[in-house]
Design a protein around this ligand. Structure first.
Ligand code: NAD
Ligand code: UD1
Length: 374
């Protein structure tokens, strides 16, 4: 598909709004279905200023069959991004996450089948479905199901070891790594991915599930303290508060620019496919959390604010995961173009114009009151 009308659920959010821009630039007509969740859009929750005026916005819930039916009228393809997004929060708002993420996908897929005209569905999945990334031992043996036990986490032993006590080394995680679901959020993202593919296969609707890694960039909600470590750190720093680091800060993630993510989304829409597919969408590089904080603080000229290393474990967290992006490169022609440094510089410029409220203490208090930090 190279032009036509596209529905983006959750398209008023961080990734969805950038996706809208990318699709407009490439000649598509874009409609968004978004409930404008106050946790993401603030209490007033109106049309976000950053949303291009050419994008049609329908305010509605993806779980509402009538709203979804209306949103699908005349649409040739669907990007499904609407979701509750936050690992820690998913561990106590269990019903809400399951309702929005799992049930929302069920309502949407049923409506897509009934619409009879949707040619492609792209669903936003997540690296969270891997749990821990892939690890090797010194002989190069692969470890697919490694986990950290509660006892080791209580003693502040953060790294992973095999049964012989050998320290395991994280390596890029390919799509073939077995899923290992460590949070309700991860479970819901896996459910979204699988459900879309099962329905797509049954009704001959091509589905692509994109497993996003840690996406960063402008427009990431600064009011949502449950996800997006760079946005959370920025809200802390700009309020002259010290960022709180879980574990020792040496956990590694794959930070991918939102511009590269929307490039992958568009390619997934446009590249012809025979069957349903799954791709990692990352940068293919890794950074630890302390390192990214240091660079962000420098760009915001807040180096004097030192982080508090809590040595606490956040329930559902994994130690290291970064992407093997070979499949997306070979089959979609995906090429990450924005380096971490470039992306961070643009983010810092955008942040200077924002007045974020710091909700991190609320999130930390909620997690610790429920025993979800160790
Ligand atoms: P976001 O919170 O900025 O955007 C999500 C949007 O969905 C919001 O605008 C929200 O109002 C909307 N929404 C929430 N519940 C809804 C409902 N019931 N009905 C309709 N709309 C609803 O988050 P984002 O970072 O842009 O994430 C977009 C997608 O990408 C999500 O599916 C998320 O799970 C996935 N993802 C994000 C990341 C990341 O690092 N940001 C990583 C992996 C996967
Ligand atoms: C998680 C999911 C990812 C998902 C994303 C969006 C996993 C493994 N990954 O990423 O798929 O799409 O959320 O919800 O489940 N941190 C701090 N201090 C803070 C906040 C975070 O130290 O104040 C640390 C966390 O402990 C974590 C890292 O920063 O180690 C990244 O956290 P976060 O941005 O929430 O994303 P992930 O948990 O990696």
């Amino acid at each position: 598909m190279t032009c036509g009308s596209v529905l983006v659920t959750g398209g008023a959010g961080f990734i969805g709004s950038h996706l809208g821009d990318e699709l407009l630039r490439h000649g598509y007509r874009v409609r968004v279905l978004d409930s404008l969740l106050p946790q993401v859009h603030g209490p007033a929750a109106g049309r976000p200023e950053y949303l291009d005026s050419e994008i049609e916005l329908i305010k509605g819930d993806v779980r509402d069959p009538d709203a979804v039916k209306k949103a699908l009228e005349g649409m040739d393809a669907v990007f499904h991004l609407a979701a509750m997004v936050g690992v820690g929060q998913s561990m106590y708002e269990i019903e809400r996450y399951t309702s929005v993420n799992n049930n929302g996908t069920a309502v949407l897929m049923e409506a897509i089948v009934h619409s009879g005209r949707v040619e492609k569905v792209v669903v936003a999945s997540s690296m969270s479905i891997y749990g821990e990334g892939l690890y090797h031992d010194s002989l190069g043996n692969e470890y697919h199901g490694s986990q950290r036990c509660l006892e080791q986490l209580k003693t502040g032993t953060w790294e992973l070891y095999n049964d012989e006590g050998e320290h395991l080394v994280p390596v890029p995680t390919p799509e073939t790594k077995n899923p290992s679901l460590a949070s309700v959020y991860a479970l819901s993202k896996y459910d979204q991915e699988k459900m879309s593919i099962i329905v797509g296969n049954a009704y001959h609707i091509p589905v692509v599930a994109l497993r996003f890694f840690n996406v960063f960039g402008t427009r990431q909600s600064l009011s949502n303290p449950y996800t997006g470590v760079l946005a959370i750190f920025a809200s802390r720093l700009l309020n002259s508060n010290c960022p709180l680091i879980f574990e020792d800060g040496l956990q590694q993630r794959d930070f991918v620019s939102v511009y590269d993510v929307v490039q992958a989304c568009r390619l997934a829409l446009e590249v012809p496919q025979e069957s349903c597919q799954v791709f990692n969408v990352g940068s293919g590089t890794s950074h630890n959390i302390l390192e990214v904080l240091e660079q962000l603080a420098q760009l915001l000229q807040c180096e004097q604010i030192k982080p508090a290393i809590t040595n606490n474990y956040r329930a559902g967290d994994i130690r290291h995961c970064f992407a093997d992006i070979t499949a997306a490169q070979n089959l979609l022609g995906y090429r990450p173009r924005v380096s971490f440094e470039e992306g961070l510089t643009e983010l810092a410029e955008w942040l200077r114009g924002q007045i974020p409220e710091d909700y991190a203490p609320v999130a930390h208090a909620e997690l610790s009151a429920r025993g979800l930090t160790l």
